[in-house]
Design a protein around this ligand. Structure first.
Ligand code: UT7
Length: 329
């Protein structure tokens, strides 16, 4: 096992106050049911951003909490990495809006686009920056306003997602705590199984695009499901092997929260019993890359992660991308 180079020293989260339950879809004329959504996904409700809540505002709020817990001031931050699939504007990066909002005047800031795996990708990038000596204190944030990119007339996708943000402060490892292993992969040949067809540089937003709603998320759910189960299993194996650990050594598994059936299959494959798996998909739906840092923050708050705990985090998302990281806290 390698010596840890970087550690997660604190966490924070920001969740919009407005809750939308499965029953609320009837009010927008969607043909679905609470029972279908719970049975197929495990989702009961999700939080939806309202008046003035943005990817920047949620990310900034989560960051302030994480910074305060770490005793880090805005001027101490060397870099801000924001994972998001829903930047507030396409140019510049939303990370610089967070930099301005926090007053982090010494910080480099950039967005990272790897869909649901983005926060785990961000941890690995930040670890590399710390190891190289180019940064000492890094904010790794995931903030997602999925409600702004789903098609609220498409029952196959809009019931699945929610909004929220999680943030963490990363510093150089001390006392052998920190990132023990990581794994990242991608397969762009499958991009069109989960994507936004139009609205980018190739086919910019036009009246025709708006009319056919092709700027919204499209997903081949069943196909994505199969790949998610397979890839998250592989990612668990690779991170465990690299750290010379097995599922028995893991105190808590925090999987990406997309579907409770995918979570159960991942835990089973890794040999981790469900009492050691963090699940909050019922309360938040799929918040894309924010789902793991939100879960991590809740797990600390509720005492699910104690001193010395070994935590395996694993994600899968559009791209496809998939990733895993094991951290000793
Ligand atoms: O975060 C990135 C990763 N994303 C994921 O991991 C998502 C992976 N996929 C999934 O979680 C599941 O595939 C879904 C939850 C999206 C769908 O569950 P499923 O068991 O794979 O259902 P399905 O797509 O095969 O659809 C089954 C039926 C269809 O009707 P027919 O064709 O069998 O008559 C759908 O039209 O369920 C219907 N359906 C719905 N019914 C009620 C689809 N969405 C809904 C809905 N309410 N919201």
């Amino acid at each position: 096992m390698k010596r840890p180079l970087a550690q997660v020293v604190s966490t924070g989260r920001a969740i919009p106050a407005h809750v939308m339950t499965n029953h609320d879809f009837a009010a927008i004329g969607l043909e679905t049911s609470h029972d279908w959504i719970v049975e197929r996904t495990g989702i009961v409700e999700r939080h939806i951003a309202r008046d003035g809540e943005t990817t920047c505002s949620l990310g900034s709020e989560a960051s302030r909490i994480a910074m305060q817990r770490a005793g880090v001031h805005a001027g101490d931050v060397d870099a801000i990495l924001l994972s998001t699939a829903t930047p507030d504007r396409l140019l510049p990066a939303t990370a610089v809006d967070i930099q301005a909002e926090l007053g982090a005047t010494r910080a480099a800031a950039f967005d990272l686009s790897a869909a649901c795996s983005g926060w785990l990708y961000g941890l690995t990038v930040a670890e590399g920056m710390i190891a190289s000596g180019s940064a000492e204190t890094i904010l790794v944030i995931a903030s997602e306003k999925m409600s702004s990119i789903v098609d609220w007339t498409d029952r196959a996708t809009c019931v699945l997602f929610g909004d929220g943000a999680g943030a963490t402060v990363l510093k150089r490892s001390r006392h052998h705590k920190g990132i023990l292993s990581s794994f990242m992969r991608s397969d762009g040949t499958l991009a069109e199984l989960l994507y936004r067809p139009h609205g980018g540089a190739t086919v910019p937003i036009t009246e025709a695009v708006l009319m056919d709603r092709s700027h919204f998320v499209k997903m081949a759910g069943r196909e994505v499901f199969k790949h998610a189960v397979r890839s998250m299993a592989e990612a668990c194996d690779r991170a465990l092997d690299a750290a010379r650990l097995t599922g028995k050594d893991i105190d808590l598994l925090i999987p990406h929260q997309a579907n409770v059936r995918i979570i159960e299959a991942t835990a089973k494959h890794a040999g981790i019993s469900m009492d050691k798996v963090y699940v909050n998909v019922d309360r938040y739906g799929n918040t894309s890359s924010a789902s793991i840092p939100i879960s991590l923050d809740e797990a600390f708050e509720t005492g699910r992660i104690g001193e010395g705990a070994t935590v395996l985090m694993v994600a899968f998302g559009a791209g496809f991308t998939w990733a895993s990281t094991i951290v000793r806290f």
